[in-house]
Design a protein around this ligand. Structure first.
Ligand SMILES: Nc1nc2c(ncn2[C@@H]2O[C@H](COP(=O)(O)OP(=O)(O)O)[C@@H](O)[C@H]2O)c(=O)[nH]1
Ligand SMILES: [Mg+2]
Length: 335
């Protein structure tokens, strides 16, 4: 399994009959048309709405077109609530060929959860979708069209990202000045340091071909907030074509949802963004090495902290200044 540590309990899932089954690998040949990966952290309240909507859509689509096959993989990212139990109800109702629940031993962050789902999926195409159902599920047709329009896909690799860039103006009118400022600050950093071509790197609705998912996620280091940025940065380095497609977006929050882990703070985010252009390029494996690892097992990817890094001496200085400027700006404008 490329660059992914699994605890013993994460090497199998519980099927609809309550028995353990081993988890397939991204190395295997696809046996479904579509995999939907749903990262879920403390989502016992929001998940049911999303699952109802998604499964309703997927079942209807299968009735219309019996050749269409799918699976939904809920990745419970070490939740403290009943997320896995709630998700298992869908597994029991639809069967574990259609709905699977992977329960992670401890919280990894959204990127880590999506990666685990992707590496355990069977689909020719892989969609990641948030558990809060922020995007209308039927918008999958929009990202599918975006993906199709990128054809011919070099080496069967392509990515279509849902995008909320067209909604930015509305969201600004609803947010506080502080949140808008934060948003612009991060947009600027993402643009300046990492990804220039995509306006909305963070949308949780992204469709990838299996090959694109395998290549990009194998090289992914960040498990927290900035993982999408690194994913797209890797895709650009690998010259994978990327489409950005407008989708619906509704922020859905429930007041009593359990607090998020603390590792997603402001400084962590800036540090992650800075680390991407410095360390990611040196740790990518060639297409040939990746192919070999697909056949032979674990990839030879160099861990990020072992990558020789010519910016080493400047890194500390530049990073602290970058953070400093960012925080000063925030304080100034929050006044
Ligand atoms: N914030 C957060 N979300 C996680 C984590 N692991 C998985 N997720 C899932 O990532 C998705 C996006 O989270 P959400 O809180 O809606 O973030 P936002 O919409 O990007 O502000 C949801 O499906 C979460 O359940 C985690 O450690 N932290
Ligand atoms: Mg959300």
């Amino acid at each position: 399994m490329p660059n992914l540590h699994r605890h013993e309990e994460e090497k199998f899932f519980i099927n609809a009959e309550g028995k353990k089954e081993s988890i397939p690998s991204i190395h295997d040949h696809p046996t479904k048309e579509l995999s939907v990966v749903v990262p879920s952290y403390n989502e016992e309240d929001r998940l049911p709405l999303m699952m109802d909507e998604a499964l309703d859509y997927l079942e209807k689509r299968q009735k219309r077109d019996p050749t269409f096959t799918y699976e939904v993989i809920v990745v419970d990212d070490g939740s403290k609530d009943q997320t896995s139990k709630v998700a298992m109800k869908y597994c029991k109702k639809y069967g574990s060929d259609k709905v699977r629940v992977l329960t992670l031993v401890k919280n990894r962050g959204k990127g880590g959860a999506v990666k685990m789902g992707v590496f355990s999926s069977r689909g020719e195409k892989i969609l990641m979708a948030d558990a809060d159902g922020a995007t209308k599920f039927a918008d999958i047709e929009k990202v599918e069209e975006g993906l199709r329009n990128l054809q011919p896909w070099p080496d069967q690799m392509a990515i279509a990202c849902g995008s909320r860039a067209h909604l930015e103006q509305d969201s600004i009118t609803q947010r506080s000045y502080f949140r808008t400022l934060l948003m612009y600050g991060f947009h600027f950093l993402v643009w300046f340091l990492c990804v220039k071509e995509i306006r909305d790197t963070q949308c949780g609705f992204k469709l990838l071909t299996r090959e694109a998912a395998s290549r990009t996620f194998s090289a992914l280091h960040i498990e927290r907030w900035a993982f999408d940025v690194e994913l797209l940065y890797i895709a650009q380095l690998l010259k994978i074509p990327i489409a950005e497609v407008a989708v619906n977006w509704t922020e859905i929050d429930v007041p009593h949802r359990l607090a998020m882990p603390t590792n997603d703070g402001l400084l962590e985010r800036v540090k992650d963004l800075w680390q991407i252009p410095v360390s990611t390029p040196g740790s990518l494996v060639t297409a040939a090495d990746h192919k070999r690892s697909m056949q032979q097992g674990p990839s030879k990817m160099i861990p990020w902290d072992k990558v020789p890094n010519k910016f080493d001496c400047l890194e500390g200085l530049f990073l602290s200044q970058l953070i400093d400027v960012h925080i000063k700006l925030l304080v100034l404008l929050a006044k």
